[in-house]
Design a protein around this ligand. Structure first.
Ligand code: NDP
Length: 345
């Protein structure tokens, strides 16, 4: 059968498409950067070139953006969404493309894909689950991030009031990570809202990964163009980070190959329909990551590893194991495979 993978030129999507091709599926990948998709066809997908086609979707926010790309597909993995921290306006730079992209994909799926379309899986994020919590909290897929949405909505309101009446205070800038988290939360909310109001004939599921590490196979022209999560790790390997900053809360890692499998299993497994899945291999700290790098590449310069107490918050990934049958790659294997693929930069 034929699966549409949106944003196939990206880190997670390029792996999802590769694993689908390896399992005998035909894949249509959407791309706004055609030469990055051609790179896949000639490189990592060369063995499967006959089963891979490219559909250009230049701007996912445009009305009818996906109407052609969805035609005749049996399943969809909607992965394209901006993940960066260059934010001036949270709505223009992150939230609008994430939300409008999801809605335009779902509308196209409902109106133009055809009756053979069985299921649509959307890449959400742990960002749509996490909120600040006290010691002992365990994160799972029953939880929702309303905190980041509130921050962005307050910004929007203050901005509108200030524009109407300049004597009112200008809006406070929103931290880029809060804007990104709001974009993922609102995009996933748009999915569940669409299902409720539009009752599409197809089924849906959401995959919510934490920080994704693991090998890069898509086209990356220089270190700065590595996707956001891998670049955070690369900065410790390359000596760009001079100190270790853990940040608040708890961090989870998941290997990109397990994220790809989660999407494919969420398309295949009957019980996955209508579900969201926290996709996390385990807890990590940057101190642990630097420890792994130091052991494997002892001749490089690393920041000093501080002695910190382990996080008291944690994750419950049982549902992804029980329903999707995932067998998570370890932090060490994931970190080393990541570095193998980007160390030439
Ligand atoms: P990438 O930046 O590698 O991939 C993002 C993809 O989305 C690319 O194909 C990119 O196209 C496309 N895209 C981004 N913005 C737009 C836009 N405005 N219009 C059209 N296409 C766009 O990152 P990842 O692979 O890491 O991210 C993929 C998905 O996974 C995202 O939805 C992200 O939120 C989610 N995610 C990622 C995590 C991580 O740690 N990496 C964790 C949890 C969720 P192009 O190649 O042309 O730039």
């Amino acid at each position: 059968s034929l699966i549409l993978v949106t944003g196939v030129t990206g880190y997670i999507a390029s792996w999802t498409a590769l694993k689908l091709l390896e399992q005998g599926y035909k894949v249509r990948g959407t791309a706004r950067t055609l030469n990055k998709a051609e790179y896949l066809k000639k490189g990592p997908y060369a063995k499967y070139a006959d089963n891979f086609e490219i559909a250009e979707v230049a701007d996912l926010q445009k009305d009818a953006a996906f109407d052609e790309a969805v035609k005749g597909v049996d399943g969809i993995a909607h992965i394209a969404s901006p993940f960066h921290y260059n934010v001036t306006d949270p709505y223009r730079d992150l939230i609008d493309p994430a939300v409008n992209g999801t809605i335009s994909l779902l509308k196209a799926a409902k109106n133009h894909a055809g009756p053979q379309l069985k299921r649509v899986v959307i890449t959400s994020s742990f960002a749509s689950i996490m909120e600040p919590h006290g010691d002992g909290h365990v994160f799972d897929e029953t939880q929702w991030n309303r905190h980041s949405i509130k921050i962005c909505e307050d910004y929007k309101k203050a901005k509108a009031e200030h524009e109407q009446d300049p004597s009112k205070p200008a809006p406070k800038t929103v931290a880029p990570n809060e804007a990104y988290r709001a974009s993922k939360s609102l995009a996933e909310q748009a999915l569940w809202e669409f299902v409720k109001t539009e009752s599409p004939a197809f089924e849906v599921a959401a995959v919510n990964p934490t920080f994704v590490f693991g090998p890069v196979i898509h086209s990356v022209k220089d270190a700065e163009s590595i996707n956001t999560s891998v670049f955070l790790l690369y900065k410790y390997f390359a000596g760009i980070n001079k100190t270790i900053e853990e940040g608040p809360g708890v961090k989870g890692y998941v290997d990109v190959r397990d994220v790809a499998d989660a999407h494919i299993r969420a398309l295949q497994v009957e019980e996955a329909k209508g579900q969201r899945f926290l996709n996390v291999g385990g807890i990590f700290t940057w101190a642990e990551v630097v420890g792994i790098l130091k052991e494997a590449f002892p001749d490089r310069t690393y920041p000093e590893i501080p002695t910190t107490s382990p996080p008291t918050l944690s994750f419950n990934n049982k549902k992804s194991i029980d329903v999707l049958g995932l067998n998570y790659i370890s932090l060490k294997d994931s970190v080393l495979a990541t570095v193998e693929s980007v160390k030439h930069f």
